[in-house]
Design a protein around this ligand. Structure first.
Ligand code: NAD
Length: 470
């Protein structure tokens, strides 16, 4: 075993008492061990974070910004090592891992530019009413396995900018790059401000129950998000932000230029092998374009280079873990059993690792799990429509509401349709992507609250209203 990582608690590396295996999804073999945090280690981290919070809350915004920019530079300085580790544990191509590290540093910098300043609500002969933002205390960040660094740090950075301290728990499937980042935090941030602990799902539950944690910033599935909310309510009514799954529809209107949009639509669905919250997960295409779009997307699916993310030129990696690999294959098999036709792909690759050929499916409809659920894998169903109003209703007929898009040669018409879609973000002639400055989140079961932007940072603070005398 070559890699044994450590937690970072109170600025120092802390060994595990127990360990668990980390698997490289490109080979399906164990390549490292990660420490499995005990409850006592969580308690230590909470106490360290509480101490750090008491000092950090008093640090002026300008000084905080400088410190956070230093953290971002230190991450960039370790980009190559972090990216190698990320590819080996997550599976994404090395170029994508490098982009994730860069995006992680950019998230910190972009968020650190914001500052929560007091707002005067009233000022007249009765006196002044001022609203100010107070940090909450200790924030627990819980991250998923698809983009572990970017998403974990996104929560952490919002919390830190608002004046809180952080305990970050990565997914047990992808703990290593985050633990490495914890080491960097231990060396560049004030002691105890940013702690990292790895462990199983139990550790996540202990965090949501912990009376010493004031807020959970959670990124993951709807099912787990509901457990987080219930557990947070049952303990100390800790604040919760939930960034959950999606089943994003792309509506392709009859006037769309198929050849022009196909590559972008393809990558909006298949990036990170479809393991992205805001990937296109179903395409509603006007019936007149179904065959041409199906052919264009299948060509791309057949051309794309799938393989071990460490091999040069690979564009799509494996599914990150065995349960998800089996789930996605099950969705494909079920869709085919119900009359679906795979225009491209349709099966696992005949090689070690959790690889599925990029798959495009037609002949399926609502009522099929591949269409109704979040597949979170490299398989895209194409559904034909004849009437735009019906397409809008079908796009909205879901418990999810993360993203959606409209594709058309007429941007004005597309914008009118976009305004009818029930989703936290709606794009026109593109789909996906988020930046630190712009809020992101979901309608309905895709989440609670909004992350990113000033709005995201405010959700890591309490609002205090002061009635001041004249
Ligand atoms: P998951 O819900 O299985 O796990 C997420 C995290 O929760 C992990 O760290 C896990 O250990 C932890 N966890 C598990 N049980 C817990 C419990 N009872 N209490 C507290 N924590 C617990 O999700 P996943 O499979 O890792 O990630 C995929 C999902 O994440 C997809 O649905 C995807 O759409 C979603 N996602 C959403 C966004 C967004 O911004 N909206 C971004 C990325 C991923």
């Amino acid at each position: 075993m070559e890699t044994t990582a450590t937690h970072t608690i109170d600025g120092k590396p802390v060994d595990g008492v127990e360990f668990f295996d980390v698997i490289n999804p490109a080979t399906a073999s164990v390549f490292a061990r990660a420490p499995d945090a005990s409850r006592a280690q969580l308690d230590l981290a909470v106490r360290a974070a509480r101490r750090a919070f008491e000092s950090w809350r008093a640090v002026p915004a300008e000084e905080r910004r400088k410190i956070l920019f230093g953290f971002a530079s230190a991450i960039r300085a370790q980009q190559q090592g972090l990216a190698q580790l990320l590819t080996r544990e997550q599976g994404k191509p090395l170029a994508a891992a490098i982009r994730e590290i860069d995006g992680t540093a950019a998230r910190i910098e972009g968020l650190a530019k914001f500052e929560l300043t007091p707002e005067t609500l009233r000022s007249d002969e009765r006196g002044r009413v001022v609203l100010d933002y107070q940090p909450l205390g200790v924030v627990g960040a819980i991250a998923p396995w698809n983009s572990p660094l970017l998403l974990g740090v996104q929560v952490a950075a919002q919390a830190l900018v608002a004046g809180n301290s952080v305990i970050l728990k990565p997914s047990p499937f992808t703990p290593l790059a985050t633990l490495k980042l914890g080491e960097i935090a231990g060396k560049t941030l004030p002691r105890g401000l940013f702690n990292t602990l790895s462990g199983g799902n139990e550790l996540g539950r202990w965090m949501t129950e912990h009376e010493g944690i004031d807020k959970i910033g959670f990124v993951g599935s709807v099912a787990t998000g509901k457990k987080v909310l219930a557990s947070a309510a049952a303990s100390n009514l800790k604040r919760v932000s939930l960034e959950l799954g999606g089943n994003d529809a792309a509506i392709v209107l009859a006037d769309a230029d198929v050849d022009a949009i196909a590559p972008q639509l393809f990558w909006s669905a298949f990036v990170n092998s479809g393991q992205r919250c805001m990937a296109v997960k179903r395409v509603l295409v006007h019936e007149s374009l179904l065959d041409r779009l199906g052919a264009a997307l299948s060509r791309l699916a057949n051309q794309v280079k799938v393989g071990d993310g460490l091999e040069p030129g690979v564009e799509l990696g494996p599914i990150q873990n065995r349960p998800q690999f089996e789930r996605v294959l099950g969705l494909i098999e079920d869709a085919v059993r119900r009359g679906g036709r795979a225009l491209a792909g349709g099966a696992a690759l005949d090689r070690p690792g959790y690889f599925i050929a990029p798959t495009v499916i037609t002949g399926v409809a609502e009522g099929t799990p591949l269409v109704d659920e979040e597949q979170f894998g490299p398989v895209l169903p194409l559904l034909a429509f004849s009437d735009v109003d019906a397409a809008v209703s079908r796009a909205n007929a879901t418990r999810f509401g993360l993203g959606a898009s409209v594709w058309s040669a007429n941007p004005q018409r597309a914008a009118d349709i976009a305004r009818r879609l029930e989703a936290g973000t709606v794009w026109i002639n593109s789909h996906g992507g988020s930046v630190p400055e712009i809020p992101f989140g979901g309608f309905k079961e895709s989440g609670v609250g909004r992350g990113l932007g000033l709005m995201g940072i405010k959700s890591y603070a309490e609002v205090r209203v002061l009635h001041l005398p004249l």
